[in-house]
Design a protein around this ligand. Structure first.
Ligand SMILES: [Zn+2]
Ligand SMILES: [Zn+2]
Length: 378
């Protein structure tokens, strides 16, 4: 069936579990059942990758954002053929538990990261080895490698005209930002939207709000450069905030002055724990605050911020329905409504990961992408 060698030997970024990482060799067996061998062409660089290297047990293959080419398929694979271009998603749903039945695929009860042990998204452990021993992969993907073994449910078709770099970033921050607006908050035309933090995720929230017809859209950040970016992605007004004011008092004044009652929706996209309650301060009575960034720390919470009838939601992965949403995101990209080329600040080779992380941590990137070497024109 396949024309690959019985074992695919490849380079991969391996996290050791003690904060260190290195490019090392891994071996991949031919795929079985619903497994797919993907040649990764581009891998997104995410704060989660940095956190995982620092905090997760090792060893594992780093990377959970990627796009590439199908090189071999197991006999149970139904939707893909060798040579297909694919984008990977990191919430690999079983498709038949209570959460999946409700369409809440990222909350799948047998799949990591929300529940369970991730077994439904896991290829055979022995399919990927390092020095002869099975090795885990970040989110069952491990995209910072020339090849990765994944389950069919982790793959969606990448359409003609969508570059691998764009596919790679679509799989995480774009989906999370867009889905938080469209799927979770259900922002409608004419709604007022405040977005706290205009980095990669915030820009995707802003452009999803613009695509939804929201107006006004307030972009809020401590960086004038990022506010400039926010305008390009659809913010109708920008507000420079003060690093020393986690209550966002002056921002609140500006939002209330412009809207008369507070915003209908406010999105927190900073991952700064002290700002976890901030979106509640910017919304009107009955409005919706959305925490997009994944804050998990304990912070003091003034319950009067919920007055009155306010809702605070914390969607995972933008309530992603992979089949529906990746097609929709690509259609919007191809029609020019979703600006993703401009979001990729810089690309790197695999051995430049240290520089890429440094750029990301210094806030110099909306989004960085690793280009794996291209050995054929696919
Ligand atoms: Zn990510
Ligand atoms: Zn499920």
């Amino acid at each position: 069936m396949s024309n690959v060698d019985p074992i695919t030997r490849t380079q991969a970024v391996i996290a050791h579990g003690d904060g260190s990482y290195a490019i090392e060799q891994i071996d991949l067996l031919p795929p079985q059942d619903d497994e797919i061998l993907v040649e990764i062409k581009a891998a997104g660089i995410c704060h989660t990758d940095w956190d995982s290297i620092q905090n997760w047990d090792g060893p594992f293959v780093v990377g959970h954002e990627g796009a590439g080419v199908v090189r071999a398929v197991g006999p149970g694979v139904q939707r893909f053929n060798i040579g297909d271009h694919v984008v990977l998603n990191w919430a690999i749903a079983c498709g038949h538990c209570a959460m999946c039945d409700d369409g809440l695929f990222p909350l799948c009860e047998t799949s990591s990261p929300a529940n369970g042990d991730g077994k439904s998204g896991l290829p055979r452990p022995e399919a990927t080895t390092r020095s002869g021993a099975p090795i885990n992969s970040s989110f069952n993907l491990g995209t910072m490698a020339n090849f990765s073994m994944v389950k069919e449910a982790a793959c969606q078709h990448l359409q003609d005209g969508v570059p691998f770099e764009v596919g790679a970033i679509m799989g995480c921050g774009v989906m999370t930002g867009f889905g938080s607006v469209v799927n979770a908050a259900k922002v409608s035309a004419g709604a007022s939207v405040a977005v706290i933090g205009c980095g990669g995720i915030g820009l995707n929230v802003i452009q999803a709000a613009a695509i939804s017809g929201a107006d006004p859209i307030f972009g809020i950040d401590i960086s004038p450069e990022r506010l400039e970016q926010a305008r390009k992605f659809g913010a109708t007004q920008t507000i420079l905030s003060d690093r020393d004011d986690p209550t966002l008092a002056s921002v609140k004044d500006a939002v209330f002055a412009a809207t008369g009652r507070g915003a209908d929706f406010a999105f927190e996209c900073t991952a700064i724990p002290e700002l976890g309650a901030a979106p509640l301060a910017l919304i009107r009575h009955g409005g919706t605050a959305v925490q997009v960034s994944g804050i998990e720390q304990v912070i003091p919470f003034d319950c009067s911020l919920f007055e009155w009838d306010k809702t605070y939601i914390n969607p995972l992965y933008g309530q992603c329905n992979p089949e529906r949403d990746f097609a929709r995101l690509q259609d919007l990209y191809l029609s020019g409504d979703l600006k993703l080329d401009d979001m990729i600040t810089k690309t790197y080779a695999l051995d430049q990961l240290e520089t890429a992380f440094a750029d990301m941590l210094a806030g110099r990137l909306a989004k960085g992408v690793i280009r794996l070497d291209q050995r054929d024109p696919a």
